[in-house]
Design a protein around this ligand. Structure first.
Ligand code: SF4
Length: 431
């Protein structure tokens, strides 16, 4: 295993590698999908999608588990209107919001989420949010962002949502250091990181998003920021403009990524190497042992990523360096180099990186290279399986807790499972 302190000896990796840029037909989810994990995290927020029946179907089926609970998302469906009918649209939106807030007094923050239909694009949601904020002032915060498939892919919805929250964060003039962890983490992972950072003597620690939208963390010149996800570039830049400093680190996937991520904070907060090792050695060794179960199965297997979640580069790094897999092509919808400065040097130079998508060309490459495993969106998985290619749904990687030491083996298992299933199928068809 390579430790981050040793990565200085690694060459530039993929930092300077050429990137194949493709523009064409895309097969990715839109930013509305983020509501599925954001509404679970922000327990006093509500997401009102202003959209069409298609949008309603997307989030209902993606978040199907919510049928047993009082949901915290809904879709206000706007029918066909021309510009002359937009006044009615605004009235209708106000009526829906007023009814919702009267019925659900526990909502502290309401997000109006824009989508693609032309009548929604014509509606000025920023204005609507402002107007409604005035009429519900003191009772609820009303914000807006876009989850439209025209403007966003899959995980950009989270970036837009958190970006909308940044101006709302209380300003802190305090120059003493505090750590802000940015990006949605499962509560169990958040608790693990909180404990470990506390043992390291790093604090105070805040999270964005917090568990309750009313508990927004402060931001100011003392704020040091660690990103939990690579797809939060706009949020990170907005926080930087408010005085926060971004700590350069790999993402906390796998043992190496988690060590590097924690080490970035430890270095900035002046934690000694002895204390760092004392706190991290046991959980890192435990994670390493648990990972061993999957390394044998994954080592030497070839993997391709189709662009979907923007997690592709850190995941490829984990699979290559800690599991011995061979990334053939690592496609990502949007390659934000600034957010990947801690990752690209770790990925082997020979990896083919691609940004954006021209799905037909990418499928052609896939069919000729036939990797052992392809990570892709739901829409492409079934046809590829039918062609005899093993696949992994990228959406699972966003819905499952995969950050940190305790989850390193679970993360490897997510990639091992489709290979084991394929082996069993081949075995049973031979008998
Ligand atoms: S792509 Fe557009 S129309 Fe389709 S679900 Fe997403 S926001 Fe709605």
């Amino acid at each position: 295993m390579n430790r981050p302190a040793e990565t200085g000896t690694v060459a530039v990796g993929c930092s300077e590698a050429p990137v194949l840029r493709e523009r064409g037909q895309r097969e990715v989810f839109c930013g509305l999908t983020g509501i599925v994990w954001l509404h679970r995290k922000l327990q006093d927020a509500f997401f009102l999608v202003i959209g069409s029946r298609t949008c309603a179907h997307l989030i209902q089926s993606a978040a199907g588990v919510m049928i047993f609970a009082e949901p915290r998302f809904a879709t206000a469906i706007l029918g066909e209107r021309d510009l002359a009918g937009m006044a009615d649209c605004n009235e209708e939106l106000d009526r829906v919001v007023n009814e919702l807030l009267a019925r659900r007094p526990e909502i502290s923050t309401l997000f109006l989420v824009g989508s693609c239909p032309s009548e929604v694009i014509k509606l000025d949601l920023a204005n609507a949010a402002q107007r409604l904020s005035v009429s519900h002032s003191g009772r609820v915060r009303i914000l807006n962002y876009s989850g439209s498939g025209i403007e966003t892919t899959f995980t950009q919805g989270e970036d837009n949502c958190l970006h909308a929250l940044v101006p709302e964060l209380p300003a802190s003039a305090d120059t003493s250091k505090s750590l802000l962890i940015v990006g949605t983490l499962a509560d169990v992972v958040e608790d693990q990181f909180t404990r470990m950072l506390d043992e390291l003597g790093i604090g105070p620690v805040h999270f964005l998003p917090p568990r309750r939208a009313v508990d927004l963390p402060p931001v100011g010149p003392g704020t040091r920021m660690l990103l939990a996800q690579p797809f939060l570039g706009e949020t990170a830049r907005a926080l930087t403009a408010r005085g926060a400093q971004l700590l350069e680190a790999p993402y906390p996937f796998g043992v190496e990524g988690t060590l590097g991520w924690l080490r970035a904070a430890a270095t900035d907060f002046g934690v000694t190497a002895e204390r760092f090792d004392a706190v991290t050695a046991m959980p890192a060794a435990r994670a390493q042992r648990a990972l061993g179960r999957y390394q044998e199965l994954l080592a030497g297997k070839r993997i391709s990523f189709l662009p979907d979640s923007q997690l592709e580069i850190p995941l490829a790094r984990f699979l290559q360096r800690e599991c011995g897999m061979e990334p053939v092509e690592v496609g990502t919808p949007y390659l934000d180099k600034q957010m990947l400065t801690g990752e690209l040097p770790l990925l082997s130079e020979s990896t083919r990186l691609s940004e954006g998508q021209d799905v037909d060309k990418q499928l052609e490459r896939l069919r000729s290279e036939r990797p052992d495993l392809t990570v892709c969106g739901l829409g492409l998985a079934n046809p590829l399986e039918a062609e005899g290619l093993a696949t992994k749904w990228s959406i699972e990687l966003v819905f499952t807790p995969i950050h940190g030491f305790e989850q390193a083996a679970d993360l490897a298992e997510l990639f091992a499972r489709p290979l084991m299933r394929r082996d069993r199928l081949i075995f049973s068809s031979c008998n």
